[in-house]
Every structure is written in C-alpha cells, then in structure tokens.
Ligand binder design. Structure first.
Ligand SMILES: Cc1cc2nc3c(=O)[nH]c(=O)nc-3n(C[C@H](O)[C@H](O)[C@H](O)COP(=O)(O)OP(=O)(O)OC[C@H]3O[C@@H](n4cnc5c(N)ncnc54)[C@H](O)[C@@H]3O)c2cc1C
Length: 298
C-alpha cells in the first residue's frame, strides 16, 4: 500500500504512513478500550498521525493529577489542520510519554513556515498544544515506549516503501518519455535505464526484507534494527541515483510543471530527508562489526 501510494502522491503516502504508525503504536502500547475508541473515530473518518518532532523548548507535561496538561507545541507535524486524533510525544523530566489527543477540527495550526521545496500538500506545520489536558485516558503506554526498539527504528521500512514507490514511478515515466521521443536506442540512455531498473529493484529487495523482518516474531531486535538502518541507507542512495539519472536522461522537461516528473522529483528529494541518516548508517555498521554474524546473514 505504501509503495503504491508513494507512486501516486508522496504527500498522501506520508499522511497514510503517519496514520498507520499511530494506530500501530496505540494497538501495541495502549489499552484495548483506547484502541477501540480510536477505531471508532477512524471508522467515522478521523485521521491520526505521529507528531514527535520538537522545537528547542520541546513539548512538556506539566502539573499533576487532574491538572496535568501539555505546554509547548509540535513542529513538522504532517496533516496539521486535518488530523484530529494525533499521537504526540511529550517530556516529563527526562522521560518521554505518548498521548493520543482529540483536537477540534478548528484547532489553530500554522502552515506558514512550510515553504519546503516539495511535499507542500502534506500540510506539515506547527501545532500549539499549551493547555491541552492529558490524563490516563490520553496516555498511551509508559515512559519511553515511543522510542522502544526494535519498533522505533525498525519501522523505517514504511517511509522507505513510500520512497520506493516514487522511485518506481519516476523510472516508468522515464521509459514513457524515451519511447515517446524515440530515444530508447541511444546507448547512453540504455546505460541510465539499466542503472535505474537495478536501483529500483535493489531498493525493493531491501525494503521487502526489512518489512518481512519487522513482522517476524522470530527475528531478533538487533537484526530488525540493523537491517532497517541499512535499508534506509540503500533506499536513499538508490533514490538519489534514480533522481539524477532521470533528470539527466529527460533533461529540462523533468523540471517543467505540470510534468509529474517535476513534482515527484521535488517531493522525493524533500521526503528523503529523514532524521539522523548518518547515525542510522553508522549504527548499522557498528552493529555488524560487533557481531559474529556472517555478512550474508546480517
Ligand atoms: C514531508 C515531511 C513530513 C514530516 N512529518 C512529520 C510528522 O508528521 N511528525 C514528525 O514528528 N516529524 C515529521 N517530519 C520530520 C522528520 O521526521 C524529521 O524530523 C526531519 O525530516 C529531519 O530532517 P533533517 O534533515 O532536519 O534531519 P537531521 O537529523 O537534522 O539531519 C540532517 C543532517 O545532520 C546530521 N545530523 C543529525 N544529528 C546530528 C548531530 N547530532 N551531529 C551532527 N550531525 C547530525 C544527519 O545525519 C544529516 O546529515 C516530517 C518531515 C518531512 C520532510
């Protein structure tokens, strides 16, 4: 699903990814009645999301008992203005907690700062949450469940799947372009086409295996996290190679609206920017160095 949505529209894929991530977290760490209430809202059309990113002050839990509330805001929150059941991460001291909120449809959001090159229609913005009451009903799981492994890093396969779908679409549009212009016999174009097909297929093998491990109860936590981190690195490299090859192979037409090549290139370049890619790559390398696993089994 994520791959197919990524091929159609990466902003929709981003919203869907956040929605299913929130539902998975509520199912994993929430109570059955919290999951049921969310399911009812979703059946009624509500959209969820995971809003984790913070500004320098961060979102905090303040007060206690019946007066516990949030102080601060969330930044880079996708679906701002559309999502009514977001799952937010907030700090109490140095521990992090999750709260599943219920926002009014007219809850104020600020999309003014979302001037990114791509992913414009993901409605990624800032949401002020100061004063929002939170209690047992909203709290999902316990301290630091949000970043509990292997689920936190292992779930990276989901955005990689969306990126993969966009890559596939770029390469198919490149084929259409070459065939319609009668440029498919050119050896340089053929070399680029071969590289693109190999890059897309490589990414797909990695993403499928990362997803398979994530869903495999027998797979060890380290194997899931290490593989997901490597998958991030491979998918990003493949996507950057595909974007470059398609833009060089199509030329200026790939930069002119309303060509889908223009939109997908812009959206994919933006959405590829995920948190701490260097750390993901180096942690995977370190995990393998410190293991005795045969490289072909890592
Ligand atoms: C379209 C879109 C929608 C999004 N929606 C949401 C959302 O709904 N909810 C949400 O929580 N977030 C969302 N985000 C934010 C996303 O999860 C990441 O926080 C964001 O994309 C991080 O990008 P960055 O390039 O600034 O990352 P960084 O982690 O700042 O990485 C930038 C560079 O700095 C390096 N780096 C990182 N840390 C260090 C360090 N300590 N020292 C030195 N170098 C470092 C990295 O390896 C990389 O090279 C969204 C992002 C996008 C693009």
């Amino acid at each position: 699903m994520l791959r197919l949505l990524g091929g159609a529209d990466l902003s929709i894929a981003r919203l869907f990814e956040g929605h299913v991530n929130a539902i998975a977290l509520v199912c994993r760490y929430g109570t059955p009645s919290q999951a049921e209430r969310l399911a009812e809202d979703v059946a009624g059309g509500a959209l969820s999301a995971v809003w984790g990113a913070d500004d320098a002050s961060g979102l905090k839990v303040v007060g206690d008992g019946a007066h516990t509330r949030l102080e601060g805001r969330k930044i880079l929150a996708s679906g701002a203005g559309f999502v009514t059941r977001p799952l937010v991460a907030a700090k109490s001291g140095d521990r992090q907690f999750m709260f599943l909120l219920r926002l009014a449809t007219d809850h104020p959001v600020d999309l003014g700062g979302w001037t990114a090159q791509g992913m414009r229609s993901s409605a990624t913005g800032t949401v002020e949450l100061t004063g929002t009451s939170v209690g047992e009903a909203e709290a999902i799981g316990g301290a630091d469940d949000f970043t509990r492994q292997p689920f936190f890093s292992g779930g990276a396969w989901r955005f990689c799947a969306a990126h993969l779908g966009a890559m596939e679409r770029l390469v198919e549009l490149y084929r259409d372009h070459l065939n319609s212009r009668g440029r498919g016999d050119d050896p340089y174009q053929l070399q680029r086409v071969a590289g693109c097909v190999a890059a897309v297929r490589t990414a797909r093998f990695w993403v499928e295996e990362a997803a398979r491990r994530f869903g495999d109860d027998e797979a060890g936590g380290e194997a899931i996290v290490g593989f997901a981190n490597m998958t991030r690195m491979v998918t990003e490299r493949c996507a950057l190679d595909v974007i470059e090859a398609v833009q060089r192979g199509v030329g200026l037409a790939a930069f002119i609206r309303p060509s889908p090549l223009e939109r997908i290139g812009r959206d994919l370049s933006t959405y590829l920017r995920q948190p701490a890619p260097d750390r993901a790559m180096s942690e995977a390398a370190r995990a393998w160095l410190q293991s005795r696993t045969a490289v072909g089994e890592f």
